[in-house]
Design a protein around this ligand. Structure first.
Ligand SMILES: [Zn+2]
Length: 334
């Protein structure tokens, strides 16, 4: 089973009810974090506490996190990483951790030629993921200070070129990969379209698949792979602000639905809502009108979960004061 813990559903500006991006995806082989935005370690701790009273559900232990997947370098998606890394060290972690994210072709070539620790070229954007990894390293994200080794994994998504940087050096890698020790689940970056180098992330199990979009315009996500059981897609705006969405390379709810149809997704979950949206009901209605009843759709709130069973059944678990309220979102494949 895949079990996605959604720990932040706001866009860049948080609200009293919604924190910035941050998710944890659990599968039987371990955990991956997607986009640890600001305050992520607090939210991770709260989610772990909530799970303690749920019998039969895998625990969110930080030592079980095999990888942190970044969709892009905007701080509402990355700013919580370093504190979480440091607390994991204090918790006694010794297992290696992969931190993966996309860069543009120029940065990739620069890294190839000059190395991870070289000086960034003049004019390199602050949001460049390599630049941030380099700063985290300088601020203490090293094996010496954390107590566990890090693998910095950087790639140019469109060309499928990736590299792994460790203390021992740099090795070329592949776009599709599995964390060390994993045999049945693999991770794939998905082409997306945002104002900085970006990607979505897909996890495939033996008979399940889930895609998380990150920030992207629509059309944006593109993939030749079979449709996922559920697509978690940003819906920052409504269609009445389609020009603003395209200007910032974000999606409307209708755009998210069009992407769900393009990818042949079996279900759609909306997230990353602008603070201007007082209620997400209109977002779901707008997406549902595009989907036309064939593909179910739901809006996510902080603390919600999405589970995917081995037959493709997807449940949406709404966070209640105590526990979750599970509702069927997508029926299993026959
Ligand atoms: Zn964002």
């Amino acid at each position: 089973m895949l079990d996605l813990h959604v720990l932040g559903t706001a866009s860049a500006r948080p609200t009293t009810k919604r924190a910035v991006s941050g998710s944890v995806l659990a599968c039987p082989e371990g955990l991956v974090i997607i986009d640890p935005g600001e305050g992520f370690q607090d939210r991770f701790t709260v989610a772990r506490r909530h799970l303690k009273s749920e019998a039969g559900t895998p625990r969110l232990r930080s030592r079980r996190v095999a990888a942190v997947l970044l969709t892009h370098g905007h701080l509402d998606h990355t700013w919580g990483l370093l504190p979480w890394l440091q607390t994991s060290g204090l918790d006694g972690r010794t297992e290696p951790l992969v931190v993966a994210g996309p860069v543009d072709a120029q940065t990739f070539d620069h890294l190839h030629e000059h190395g991870f620790h070289s000086l960034p070229p003049e004019g390199l954007a602050a949001s460049d993921v390599w630049r941030q990894m380099r700063v985290w390293h300088d601020l203490g994200a090293t094996e010496e200070l954390l107590g566990y080794p890090l693998v910095w994994r950087l790639g140019h998504v469109a060309s499928g070129r990736w590299m792994d940087v460790t203390a021992a050096g740099t090795v070329e890698s592949t776009a599709v990969w599995s964390p060390a020790g994993w045999a049945e689940h693999r991770l794939t970056p998905v082409v997306s379209r945002h104002s900085v180098p970006s990607c979505g992330w897909r996890i495939d199990g033996p008979s399940t698949a889930l895609v998380v979009s990150g920030d992207t315009a629509s059309p944006g996500l593109d993939s030749d792979l079979p449709g996922p059981d559920v697509l978690v897609h940003e819906a920052t705006y409504l269609e009445e602000h389609a020009d603003r969405a395209e200007g910032h390379l974000h999606s409307t709810a209708a755009g998210a639905a069009r992407t769900a149809l393009h990818l042949d997704a079996r279900g759609l979950a909306l997230t990353h809502f602008s603070a201007r949206l007082a209620d997400v009901g209109p977002s779901v209605a707008e997406a549902a009108a595009v989907l036309g009843g064939g593909v179910p759709c739901v809006a996510l709130n902080d603390g919600d979960r999405l589970t995917v069973q081995s037959d493709g059944t997807v449940h949406h678990l709404s966070r209640e004061d105590v526990g979750w309220d599970a509702r069927l979102l997508v029926e299993g494949r026959r």
